[in-house]
Design a protein around this ligand. Structure first.
Ligand code: NAD
Ligand code: UDP
Ligand code: UDP
Length: 313
């Protein structure tokens, strides 16, 4: 008999993917986690290994995948600039070929498919805060383009499969998300600052540190994924998912220093090319359609994340 709660999570051994797998298993789903371990780790899902409703498969989404599922969460893709720029051609292939394969799979089995899109589709935005109607300002040939344009093309494919093949799609545009299980060396700002503060190393501020980001705690984000996946078929997105509380990188560094009681010094390093100057989600759509808004403040989320890094370093 056909069950109705089999979920595929691509990128399931990564930071967000592993939290999502845990949540779905807890909700009673049969979860198939697919990952090529480029940035993900089996240890991220070690609590689930051996669980009767959890299965893990080493697989690269740029190759076809034939499985039977009801829901697909497509998260496979390195997310940190350091990692996605390491092999930029593979990054574009992962977003584009990965989307084609997962959409082809969704079409064959008539599954609902969620895409982990990104605030990077807005590039270095001239509209602030960013709402879904804004088309963005992305440099198509810069160092971030493999990621930004790959994700933009994936959105195009999602909407074309929706229009052409009547697929049920759910596109979430994720803004900066942090929490336990971020890779200590993945180069993202929250993990870098915490690891540097705990080790007593200098805190590396890129540029003048006046650029802003809006940080969402992982538990809030996972709740949004699940709500979006389970909306009415008429809901396709794109929907911004993030915490609108906006901080400069200097403010973030100062908060991390205070919470870790570290005496690390701030040092300034060149700003990477095409680094967006400001970023803040307008989440009116998420509030209205999902009845969702983030609950965890940056300070509380950082405390949890610091505790995680303290235990693992
Ligand atoms: P992550 O690097 O921890 O996770 C990505 C996972 O995908 C890893 O486990 C990696 O091994 C896997 N992967 C990469 N290429 C693959 C391939 N070709 N085939 C199979 N697996 C592959 O990053 P994350 O922060 O958990 O991000 C998850 C998703 O959310 C990504 O798609 C990312 O673009 C998106 N996202 C994240 C953020 C954020 O702030 N964390 C913001 C915007 C979007
Ligand atoms: N695909 C897949 N799993 C499936 C069905 C399709 O990986 O269960 C891949 C298949 O390899 C194809 C892609 O998804 O390259 C797109 O499939 P679609 O049916 O849309 O296109 P077509 O096969 O007609 O090119
Ligand atoms: N950043 C920084 N120091 C670091 C790492 C990052 O000042 O050690 C800055 C980076 O230049 C950017 C912001 O922090 O302006 C967020 O960077 P991250 O790589 O986390 O994410 P993204 O740029 O993709 O939002």
């Amino acid at each position: 008999m056909r069950q109705s709660n089999r979920a595929l999570v691509t990128g399931g051994a990564g930071f967000l993917g592993s939290h999502l797998c845990e949540r779905l298993v807890k909700d009673g789903c049969d979860v198939l986690c697919v990952d090529n371990y480029f940035t993900g780790r089996r240890t991220n899902v070690e609590k689930l290994l051996g669980h009767p409703r959890f299965e893990i498969m080493r697989h690269d989404v740029t190759f076809p995948l034939y499985v039977e599922v009801d829901q697909i969460y497509n998260l496979a893709c390195p997310a940190s600039p350091v990692h996605y720029q390491f092999d930029p051609v593979q990054t574009t292939k992962t977003s584009v070929h990965g989307a084609i394969n997962m959409l082809g799979l969704a079409k064959r089995v008539r599954a609902t498919i969620f895409q982990a899109s990104t605030s990077e589709v807005y590039g270095d935005p001239e509209v602030h805060p960013q709402s879904e109607e804004y088309w963005g300002r992305v440099n198509p040939i810069g160092l971030r383009a493999c990621y930004d344009e790959g994700k933009r093309c994936a959105e195009t494919l999602f909407f074309d499969y929706h229009r052409q093949h009547r697929l049920q799609i759910k596109v979430g545009r994720i803004f900066n998300t942090y929490g336990p299980r971020m890779h200590p060396n993945d180069g993202r700002v929250v993990s870098n600052f915490i690891v540097q503060a705990l080790r007593g190393d200098d805190i590396t501020i890129y540029g003048e540190g006046t650029q802003t980001r809006s940080f969402c705690y992982v538990d809030d984000m996972i709740e949004a994924f699940v709500r979006l996946m389970n909306t009415d078929p008429s809901v396709t997105g794109p929907i911004n998912l993030g915490n609108p509380a906006e901080f400069t990188m200097i403010q973030l560094a100062e908060m991390v220093l205070r919470l870790t009681k570290s005496s690390s010094k701030l040092i300034f390093r060149p700003l990477p090319s095409d680094d967006p100057k400001q970023r803040q989600p307008n989440i009116s759509k998420a509030k209205e359609i999902l009845g969702w808004e983030p609950k965890v403040s940056l300070e509380d989320g950082l405390k949890e994340t610091i505790a995680y890094f303290k235990a693992t370093l």
